[in-house]
Ligand binder design. Structure first.
Ligand SMILES: [Cu+2]
Length: 279
């Protein structure tokens, strides 16, 4: 009985979620018992969620229609209730309908699908550029406009502070301003990784020897979590991505502070070169 109750509760929740198109997770990270996708924080993700829900309605209607046809066939045309079967082999009207209707359905799906694809792939003029380099097994973020780079490593279980989600928190977060177009360049330093943040609707391979490009515009401040999404070795599961979206003012302050914190010592390579030359 308990199992039945749970199943019914699950189905009722599913129907409510499907009917309203509401994703339960609004925090930029996965949640226990989450149904649907993580809440969108960018216009691209909002469109992806819309498209997903739209397709769910289409496919549910098709599945129910086919189920109804099957039941009608089973009930009306079994050997007992229909002992003398019809010898009809062709019906032009029905043949035209079952060709044209699927074509119309596919066109209805293709239009928003291609529109979304172009929206994702056309990178608008960027306000901020961040290069994410996948390494075994952590990410490095570089801000070419401000000329600094830093590593972002997962916080180990024993070092977690209250409120930090396990396996998703990092020591140095990537920080970006709210409501600005952020261009993300990705590359790999060793093997193929993949930079993915579900709430932003981005997932793009980070491939050694080439630069990939995607973009997002976060419309709400907050902390958004993602993970490497290309199997890249033994610690693939332990190289999370954390993007902290802050106000323009906080972003400027962070940039100033980060420039000092992550400053690379330009004099060092020169010294090494000089030392090498002396020998
Ligand atoms: Cu990886």
């Amino acid at each position: 009985m308990l199992v039945l109750k749970r199943v019914v509760a699950f189905m009722v929740t599913s129907v409510i979620v499907l009917a309203t198109g509401v994703a339960l997770a609004a925090t930029g990270q996965p949640e226990p018992w989450q149904l649907g996708m993580q809440h969108g924080a960018t216009p691209v993700m909002d469109d992806i969620i819309w498209f997903h829900n739209f397709l769910l309605w289409v496919i549910s209607a098709i599945a129910l229609f086919v189920l109804a046809l099957l039941i009608a066939v089973v009930v009306k045309f079994n050997a007992r209730s229909n002992p003398v079967p019809s010898r009809t082999t062709h019906n032009t009207t029905i043949e035209v309908i079952w060709t044209v209707v699927p074509v119309l359905i596919l066109v209805t799906i293709a239009v928003p699908s291609f529109r979304l694809l172009f929206y994702q792939l056309n990178v608008p003029k960027a306000d901020v550029t961040v290069k994410a380099t996948g390494k075994q097994w952590f990410w490095s973020y570089s801000y070419p406009d401000s000329k600094f780079e830093f590593d972002s490593l997962m916080v180990q279980d024993k070092d977690l502070k209250p409120g930090q989600p396990r396996l998703l928190s990092v020591d140095n977060e990537m920080v970006v301003p709210v409501n600005k177009v952020v261009r993300v360049l990705t590359t790999g330093a060793d093997v193929i990784h993949s930079f993915a943040v579900p709430s932003f609707g981005i997932k793009i391979d980070a491939i050694p020897g080439r630069i990939n490009e995607t973009w997002f515009k976060a419309e709400r401040e907050g902390t958004y979590y993602g993970q490497c999404s290309e199997l890249c070795g033994k610690d693939h599961a332990f190289m999370p991505i954390v993007v902290h979206v802050v106000s323009e003012k906080d972003y400027t302050a962070w940039i100033e502070q980060a420039k000092k914190k992550y400053a690379t010592d330009d004099s060092r390579p020169t010294k090494v070169a000089a030392a090498g030359g002396a020998n």
